[in-house]
Design a protein around this ligand. Structure first.
Ligand SMILES: N[C@@H](CCC(=O)N[C@@H](CS)C(=O)NCC(=O)O)C(=O)O
Length: 219
């Protein structure tokens, strides 16, 4: 099967698909676009105007990262989703929840005044607290193996880590379970190789370009 991942270098949802592909050792090619100025061919094939998008055998299109990731897992032998229906459904729900934290983190990074910044910090802490409450001592979300849900949290944790000099959201005292989970994920080869080599710089520059409060605080 020929897989082409349409990507934007800073997108956490794309990153979750790349982690899945690397972890499952599935061959793929990657095409980067600028999502703020997408090419005409992308608008033609993308139902939502969003990345990630996967083009399969040059003709079929899949969109929505969670759907893409389940497909990638299934066609490569499975194993990254719990088999029990309730746990599987809960994994899907908490994966979507991660998407809402990523949206908060994006808004936080662009916040132009202290009130908006504090509101977003509050929202993020509220959500991190909920996941901390259900995190077990296991290395990853479901146990000792990385599952699909972990791939999006890995992208979130990478961003929270990069924001740390400006705002320390994920700290060991407040979130011991999440902090250990983050460390376990960020040291994985598939996670480290899931972004372009100059990702940290590009991410920092994107925040600086927004000119918000965090831009001033980031070194
Ligand atoms: N629910 C989507 C979210 C994807 C998403 O938000 N992608 C962003 C980039 S990180 C995007 O393409 N934004 C462009 C837009 O919304 O117009 C998924 O999981 O694939």
């Amino acid at each position: 099967m020929d897989l082409e991942l349409i990507s934007f270098k800073l997108c956490p949802f794309v990153q979750s698909s790349v982690i899945t592909l690397l972890h499952k050792q599935v061959g793929y090619s990657i095409t980067y676009i600028d999502i703020s100025d997408p090419p005409a061919w992308f608008d033609e094939i993308s139902p939502t105007g969003q990345v990630p998008l996967v083009r399969i055998n040059s003709d079929s299109i899949l969109f929505e990262s969670a759907v893409i990731n389940e497909f990638l897992d299934e066609v490569s032998g499975g194993g990254m989703m719990p088999s029990e229906p309730l746990i599987k459904a809960q994994n899907r729900a908490w994966t979507q929840f991660c998407g809402s934290i990523l949206a908060d983190a994006r808004d936080l990074a662009g916040a132009k005044d202290e009130n908006s910044l504090q509101d977003k910090e509050y929202d993020i802490h509220e959500k991190l607290g909920r996941i901390e409450a259900l995190k077990t001592d296991e290395d990853f979300f479901n146990g000792d193996e990385m599952n699909l849900i972990d791939t999006l949290y890995a992208a979130l944790f990478m961003r929270l880590d990069l924001l740390r000099p400006a705002v320390n959201l994920l700290n060991m005292e407040q979130y011991p379970g999440l902090s250990r989970w983050s460390e376990n994920l960020l040291r994985l080869d598939a996670v480290q190789r899931s972004v372009v080599t100059d990702f940290n710089d590009i991410y920092r520059r994107m925040i600086k370009a927004q000119g918000g409060i965090l831009a001033a605080r980031l070194p």
